[in-house]
Design a protein around this ligand. Structure first.
Ligand SMILES: [Zn+2]
Length: 148
């Protein structure tokens, strides 16, 4: 039995046999959402080469609280709860940059916090900034300029 599966095991040493909904990286606490090269990983592990997987796994494990916070945000938004008020308070004494901007929509905020999780786990270099609705360009610039 063991030897007949050897060939397959050798082809894909990175991926363990486990719940297909979970990330393929060893010990990763996240759900799989990205297909890379024959296996499903979370977005954090999908963003880095395999040699960085263990450190990203540690990063994610250190930030379980943040991933629970994101889940909480989604649930509150679905149930018309005061996600914004909760988030404002949640970050008030730790990291004000992570508070929702007053014009930031619920989904945009959840996505930013996912990016924040990737950033804090060492999977991405740049910290995400709030994505706000587009504001119209200030009008009258050329008019005023011509008038002076
Ligand atoms: Zn993962």
């Amino acid at each position: 039995m063991k030897s007949s599966f050897r060939g397959i095991a050798e082809q894909k040493p990175k991926f363990e046999e486990k719940d297909p909904k979970r990330c393929a990286a060893h010990d990763c606490p996240c759900r799989a959402s990205v297909n890379i090269d024959g296996g499903w990983t979370c977005s954090a592990h999908g963003a880095v080469p395999a040699d960085k997987w263990p450190s990203v796994t540690r990063g994610l494990r250190d930030h379980i609280w943040l991933s629970e916070f994101i889940d909480e945000m989604r649930t509150m938004d679905r149930n018309n709860g005061d996600w914004r008020g909760f988030a404002m308070q949640f970050w008030a004494n730790s990291d004000a940059d992570c508070q929702p901007h007053e014009q930031e929509a619920a989904i945009a905020y959840q996505n930013r916090m996912r990016g924040e999780l990737l950033h804090r786990s060492g999977a991405t270099k740049n910290r995400p900034k709030p994505r706000l609705p587009k504001t119209p360009e200030p009008s009258g610039y050329f008019f005023n300029r011509a008038a002076t």
